[in-house]
Design a protein around this ligand. Structure first.
Ligand code: ACO
Length: 384
């Protein structure tokens, strides 16, 4: 059977596909949750500029804002413990990538009994949010060959997460207020960001009247990729590999020569510096001043300056600026997180946005069902 090409052939032998350009510029929903001004470099979270809200609100206050509810801290505190089946799953998958483990564990929480239109949906959302730090921390301990200590009595989610992650969670040491504040600033900063890939995924799933757990499970899969939430680990690797500012230019040029991308730079929507990078940079400076990370911070800012120069020279037709992931890497490292915990930590923050978008989609949206253009063989040609 011979296939007849119905359109031009590319050099790789495949029929040329018309580009839909990654839906760039396509409006997929209206939302009251966040506004991304790509030309002005501004992010608004429910009427607040990210730089005014993120550094001062607690993560629980942010959840209250997004889910339009109250008493979140006390309502979540009792739901941190994982069901035994989820803990067993994490232990059995101790060697899994932490994002895969988080996806599996979240999927295992599905009860299958809750209708997405139930008035109980906020309660379900808080139960899920409360468990995310325990999932990430438990998997971390299992992967290190330890038993998981389980949730702490810390009053807030950020402090509980840091407490659980510490190598001896049973020792009962509370994280410093500076580290807790820095993590809250991070979680708030990444909580929502317009129609990003993982949020779109969550909205598509919930638009079929599926359930919240399924929507969040799908969104985790979308977040994992290096073009979305998987960039901060490689961004930090790059800074460590450069090791010394004078090596930055040759290292970065060689990377671009090999056709590689510089992680932590460029953005689909921002044509100027990502405003979240400034919020996280300020938080990283604050933390660096109080500890041993000043040297790394200085190196990273030198690497950033050189990367922006090199990108401007090599891609003059594009404005490629620093995105949120570059300073995510620095800040989470300064807080004391391992590299493989960066994307799961991003997921904890972004889950608030996913859930709020799901609720918005259920209340105002319609089944999301775009169309495609057929570029295959003409009818009958495959039989010839
Ligand atoms: N380094 C080098 N070149 C880049 C980079 C980069 N970081 N980003 C884009 N480019 C180049 C591409 O190679 C391409 O060049 P070409 O036209 O000569 O082929 C051009 O810019 C356009 O690239 P696209 O992928 O079409 O641009 P898009 O807007 O879709 O990309 C993205 C956005 C995926 C974030 C991109 O900038 C990138 O890959 N950055 C590195 C990964 C990263 O930092 N991801 C985190 C993003 S933030 C977040 O999701 C939370």
């Amino acid at each position: 059977m011979t296939m007849k090409a119905s359109q031009p052939i590319e050099s790789n032998g495949r029929p040329q596909q018309p580009s839909c350009d990654g839906l760039a510029g396509v409006v997929a929903a209206s939302t009251a949750l966040s506004h991304v001004d790509g030309a002005g470099g501004e992010l608004v979270l429910k009427g607040h500029r990210v730089d005014s809200l993120a550094p001062s609100a607690s993560f629980e206050e942010l959840i209250e804002l997004f889910l339009e509810t109250t008493d979140v801290a006390s309502r979540m505190a009792g739901h941190r413990t994982l069901p035994p089946a989820t803990l067993d799953l994490l232990e059995a998958n101790r060697d899994a990538d932490p994002m895969d483990a988080l996806r599996m564990a979240v999927a295992s929480l599905a009860s299958g009994t809750e209708s997405p239109t139930s008035t109980e949906r906020t309660e379900s959302a808080l139960r899920l949010l409360a468990k995310l730090p325990t999932i990430v921390a438990s998997h971390h301990h299992f992967s290190c060959g330890r038993t998981a200590g389980g949730p702490s009595n810390e009053p807030g989610l950020a402090a509980d997460f840091l407490h659980q992650l510490s190598s001896d969670p049973l020792a009962g040491r509370s994280p410093s207020p500076a580290r807790t504040r820095a993590l809250e600033t991070y979680l708030n900063t990444v909580s929502d960001h317009g129609m990003n890939a993982s949020t779109f995924t969550a909205r598509v799933i919930i638009s079929t009247e599926s359930d919240l757990i399924s929507a969040v499970t799908g969104a985790l899969g979308a977040l994992k990729g290096p073009l979305h939430g998987g960039a901060p680990g490689p961004a930090l690797d790059m800074v460590f590999e450069i090791a010394e500012p004078s090596r930055a230019r040759s290292f970065l040029e060689a990377k671009l020569d090999r056709g590689e991308r510089l992680m932590g730079f460029g953005h689909r929507v921002y044509k100027v510096r990502d405003p979240r990078a400034d919020v996280l940079a300020a938080a990283a400076v604050k933390l660096a001043r109080s500890g041993e990370n000043q040297e790394l911070y200085d190196l990273a800012t030198a690497v950033e300056r050189t990367a922006l120069e090199v990108l401007a020279e090599r891609k003059p037709e594009r404005r490629l600026d620093t995105n949120v992931e570059y300073y995510t890497a620095l800040l989470l490292h300064a807080i004391g997180l391992n590299q493989d915990q960066f994307t799961p930590t991003f997921a904890i923050g972004r889950c608030v946005g996913w859930i709020a978008h799901c609720f918005e989609q259920l209340d105002y949206g319609r089944l999301i069902r775009p169309e495609s253009i057929y570029v295959g063989p003409p009818v009958g040609s495959a039989d010839a």
